[in-house]
Design a protein around this ligand. Sequence first.
Ligand code: SF4
Length: 410
Amino acid sequence: MAELQATQKMKTLLKQYFQDFFSLENNQKPKIAWCTSVGPAEVLIAMGYKVYYPENHGAMLGATRLSSDYIPVANAHGYSPDICSYLTADIGSYLRKETPLTKAYGIPSVPPPDILVYSTNQCHEVNDWFNWYARKLKVPCFGIHPPWKIETMDEEKTSYVESQIHQLISLLEEHSGKKMDYDHLGEIVALSGEASKLWRTFLEYGKLKPSPISFFDGCIQMAPAVVLRGSQAAVDYYRELTAEVKALPKDASAVSGEKTRLYWDGMPIWGKLRFFSDLFARLKTCVTVSTYCNSWIFDEFSDLNPVKSMAAGYTKIFINRSENFKEQTLVALSKEFQVDGILFHDAKTCPYNSNSRFAMPERLITNHKIPCLTINGDLNDLRCFSEEQTITSIETFVEQIADSRRRAGA
Ligand code: SF4
């Protein structure tokens, strides 16, 4: 499918977002907080911080393939090639005093932080990542530590995280010298909730047959859902984007002549998005749904009880759930998005978002008759990825699906 027109607007919004970190307000530099991508950003925004997301930078390093230059720099400083390659690419780029943000948005460096806030809802490596910067830049660092691998959410777990968010608010009040305005926090959480609903609407166009959007559109369109959440700009953007997709002709398809539909589980391989999108187009296969893009849907967010709703929304994310919960979710989404099979990306440096390691594909094949394939790769470290092997595996998988369809007479 051709590029969606709204994308041009997104580029302008992102440029503005990055340049704002360096523009003076009343002759003063803005207070800047760094936050993990599913961390409690709304609290920081409500307290007047401009929020920067290092994982977004990590993804950018991957997409531009600069990660291949920077990961070895972090490795040479003792950071293992086996740990998160967002972390190693980001730290390597910091040590080299280079960033693709300069070329893309004309800013001199990553925005210098006044405070660092992470949540281990996604993984524990963010703790090491953010604390590296805390030591290096001598800025305070605060972590939220939700319960891990949750089977069912309940009041006790929500309250536990809620109390940690209140501790964070106290720290921010002390750090900024301002009191939290809870009505304002409610407004910010409501804006995040609204953008999240529209993001869901966009992704759910993948249920249509043929699908007008693919996982690769999602990877491009998700930036505002991450870095602009809590803003009216994100709401307006996704309103425009969903209206554009809604207005497409009924038979519009992301992949011309769509024959096979797949689920992508796990991280994108940022430096190979074009490779995969071309490969799937050639195989007339559309990736209609993914765990990754769905990660920024927060149905719980509410202005009525902003802290509690954030505690619930950010704790119950897919990556933080039990194997059993994940299995049920994969089965349900496979049905809803009418996929023929699931492709698991086993990312070498992100075990947390690689769901094939504890026999999930085997259970899905045996118990639910869903064809599955696991490919090896990595989000950013292209040393872990082989194009030839991947092409052979995916071609064979798509052919097997077509064969069973033929045998079933479909
Ligand atoms: S979830 Fe994976 S990719 Fe994200 S920060 Fe953690 S290890 Fe890195």
